[in-house]
Write a protein that binds this ligand. Structure first.
Ligand code: PPE
Length: 306
């Protein structure tokens, strides 16, 4: 990965190589950490914009609440610290990763009085699913691993422990030659991918899974709003894998994956086998918004300069 100079660590900027923890850190053993993934984009005028920073920081505070972690920062304080990290590293664009974890203290599942520590790292991160994915689309396979049931993993928390389910599915998909895994819920309906939400398009109507078993993606929410404003009908409804097989278009959304077309699912070619017209339309509008080229959506952007 491309390293940068500083990592924000409990309120101080420390050199990248010095941002270390003890091996008996609670979260390392039990997954008791929460995190965010945020993107900042460079604009044509030389400034930079962070996409939906307050919404990401609010979700981080909510993730802490869900897993009963006492986060010593407000959403506003996290926002400021994210900007400070980008500016200190002189990063005109990149990926921002805040993480709060239960530190070193007592061992055992019960987190007790162990300290809660927070880091914010940032680095340049290109297209998550490969440089060609945004245009050509990706091939995915249905995972043998189901998304955890709604009363087992609290999917609205972006919690580290939840990701073992994603890691199992991702390794399986990659080893079988696919770019990403499609995960079903325990009832067999389409849920989400290992780090993305999913949309399908049929006869110009856009459909995405309801919030039940998935992470409430901020990109998902942005695409729903954007598509409706562009005049598309958007339904939040359960659908099955065969409905996905026969869709005209399908795509993933996520901060890292942005808006990535899906060209093949379980050896079935989706639509024409490349990025479809609705996907392309939404992708173009989305990239214009994040780069500050559509003033109608400037309320989603936080500007910074260094
Ligand atoms: N579902 C999951 C399980 C998920 O991890 C993400 C984000 C999403 C949906 C989309 O959420 P949003 O980014 O708010 O639109 N996945 C993050 C982690 C990727 C990683 O490999 O790390 C991300 O995209 O930042």
């Amino acid at each position: 990965m491309q390293t940068t100079e500083f990592i924000w660590f409990d309120g101080k900027l420390v050199p990248w190589d010095s941002a270390k923890v003890h091996v008996l850190t609670h979260s390392l053993h039990y997954g008791s950490a929460i995190f965010e993934g945020i993107r900042a984009y460079a604009c044509a005028d030389g400034g930079s914009e962070v996409f939906r920073l307050p919404d990401h920081c609010k979700r981080m505070v909510n993730s802490a609440k869900i897993i009963r972690m006492e986060l010593p920062y407000t959403a506003e304080e996290l926002e400021k610290a994210c900007i400070e990290t980008m500016v200190a590293n002189k990063l005109p664009e990149g990926y921002i990763r805040p993480l709060s974890f239960v530190g070193y203290g007592e061992m055992g599942v019960y987190p007790g009085n162990n300290p809660v520590q927070t880091i914010i790292a940032a680095w340049p991160w290109g297209a998550y699913l490969g440089p060609e994915a945004l245009e050509k689309g990706i091939a995915i396979k249905t995972s043998t691993f189901a998304r955890s049931p709604v009363n087992s993993s609290m999917s609205k928390a972006k919690a580290a422990g939840n990701y073992i389910n994603s890691i199992l599915a991702k390794i399986e998909a990659k080893e079988d030659g696919y770019d990403e895994a499609l995960m079903l819920d325990t009832a067999g309906f389409v849920s989400e991918a290992t780090g993305e939400n999913i949309f399908i398009v049929r006869d110009n109507i856009i459909k995405t899974t309801p919030l039940t078993s998935i992470l409430g993606g901020i990109t998902r929410d942005s695409i729903i709003t954007l598509a409706r404003n562009l005049g598309y009908e958007v339904q939040e409804q359960q659908f099955t894998r065969d409905e996905l097989y026969t869709a005209d278009e399908a795509f993933f959304t996520g901060t890292a994956a942005e808006l990535t077309p899906i060209r093949e699912v379980d050896h079935r070619v989706i639509g024409a086998g490349h990025r479809g017209p609705v996907t392309k339309h939404l992708q173009e509008e989305f990239f214009a918004i994040v780069k500050g080229e559509n003033p109608k959506y400037s309320f989603w952007l936080t500007r910074y300069k260094f």
